[in-house]
Design a protein around this ligand. Structure first.
Ligand code: ZN
Length: 139
């Protein structure tokens, strides 16, 4: 059993930005030399999330629309009222989507579907620099 770690760094525009991380995760896995195991992908920060989706413009627009419906930006959120902040919706959306995914791999290949990409969702209401940790655990 071995662990190989890598960091992916990126700048985003925030405000629902979606960044495809798949190639970055693949490159960490390739450098690890591991053949079978699991790759964990975790974003640091309470206003961003990691998930998988079909990364195409329609899917991105639909996901943004769904999250706006579930967690409207313009509501009297306590986080904003108590902290004189403006990004309560970003914290809430990040919590419901979650900060990480685990993707299994075999024969050195991620077990993703053809139309399944690992994506970062940046919900903050301003541009952000993000760091995503990738850990490949296996043999
Ligand atoms: Zn905040």
């Amino acid at each position: 059993m071995a662990v190989h770690a890598g960091l992916l760094r990126m700048s985003t525009e925030g405000d629902g930005a979606v960044v495809d991380l798949t190639e970055g995760v693949r490159s960490v896995l390739a450098r690890s030399g591991l053949q079978v195991g699991v790759a964990t992908v975790f974003v640091t920060g309470s206003t961003a999330a990691v998930t998988t989706m079909e990364h195409e413009p329609g899917g991105v627009a639909d996901l943004r629309r769904l999250l706006e419906r579930l967690v409207p930006r313009d509501e009297d959120w306590e986080h904003n009222v108590r902290n004189h902040d403006t990004n309560a919706h970003a914290h809430l959306r990040a919590s419901i989507v979650g900060p990480s995914v685990a993707v299994s791999f075999a024969r050195g290949q991620l077990a993703l579907g053809t139309w399944q990409q690992v994506v970062l969702l940046d919900f903050d209401d301003r541009p952000r620099d993000r760091v995503v940790s990738v850990h490949c655990i296996g043999e």
